[in-house]
Ligand binder design. Sequence first.
Ligand SMILES: [Fe+2]
Ligand SMILES: [Fe+2]
Length: 419
Amino acid sequence: MSTIVRTSLATTSRSALTPTTRLILSRTCTASSFHHLPQPVASSSRNDSRSIHSSRIAWGPQPSAKAQEAGASLALQPGVKQREEAAPAASKVVGAEGTGSEGPHYQDQVQHPHDEPLTGPWTLMSPIYTEAELDTVKVVNRTPVTIGDKAAAGAVKYLRKMFDLLTFYKAEPIPKEILDKKPVPIAELRAKGQLLSNDQWLFRIILLESIAGVPGMVAGTLRHLRSMRLLRRDGGWIHTLLEEAENERMHLLTFMTVAQPGLFTRAIVLAAQGVFYNAFFLTYLISPKTAHRFVGSLEEEAVRTYSHCIEDLEAGLIPEWTDKPAPRIAIDYWRLPADAKFLDVVRAVRADEATHRFVNHSLANLDQAKDFNPFALHEADALTRGTTWGFTREESAKFAKEQHLKMMEEAKQKQIESA
Ligand SMILES: [Fe+2]
Ligand SMILES: [Fe+2]
């Protein structure tokens, strides 16, 4: 299969890419190059990278008058800084006027034509779903086959048990006769530990997401180093892995914006991350296949947890979130409508988790040293990602070949049209 995938991908030129892929590529270039960053102040030195690099990159004190005059500083714009400082705590919770818990991105400083802050394509990708695609996501169990698969599935099962204990989570269904009561005795169910409160959900989700952002970055870093060490290209894996890491970080930032967690949660996140980063790093060094399988199984658990949360939300069992608006950071990232609800956010997050499940199980089936990433040119469609656990190696080869042919055909068509 590696031959098929390699042949099909190796001949693709940039001009043959679809608009979506070109958009992704152009965003990547934008993110990695200061030359393309929009300059907030005018522009005599717009392309002067030396002056930009020599200036201070910080959210700290204002730039000097000289630097402002030259338009060379990356320090926070006065208007944005003011807005950050003046934003009342309440608005920070949903990110309505202010931002999340991390401060703004540099591109937030670009003034929107309608004077609206915070609308920039400042991420590697923006997953956008239709309602039908969000509805299709389901739990799909993959039966472990190899010893590595069984070890990965066993580790996830064990971690899940520990995690459930730590977050007071019970996956047992609540009897129908209790749910049929009007009103449902929510306080009583919470007191008995049969129902998570909104704060308990956020605690669980933040712990889950702070760990989930690690594998993509570790795997991307190790493959990045390998590529440089061997002076060899990577076949498109690194980009997808970094996209996964960023997507998970956006999940975390979204829920952090809502939860505004205290010292206790932050300390647990710190400890969990310290242990998990090193454990995953070693696992990936020893057996990347098992590491991807582990992530596939972990993501399956994430789909399960979010499905439970969505069911509770839809049944009115988390009343604090019934009419809760989506945080601004989520509206921006998933391109949700301005009046989107928190439920829409959780549904989009679940669809992302299904994608990670699908991608990691598919990658685990490949030859880690030789095969191309089948999703380097195009993602599988949302229905496939949401309802199947992944592609076999042969299916990956077929998919990559189909995408390549499709792109070549599109490019040919464009050439004919422009001639
Ligand atoms: Fe996530
Ligand atoms: Fe995930």
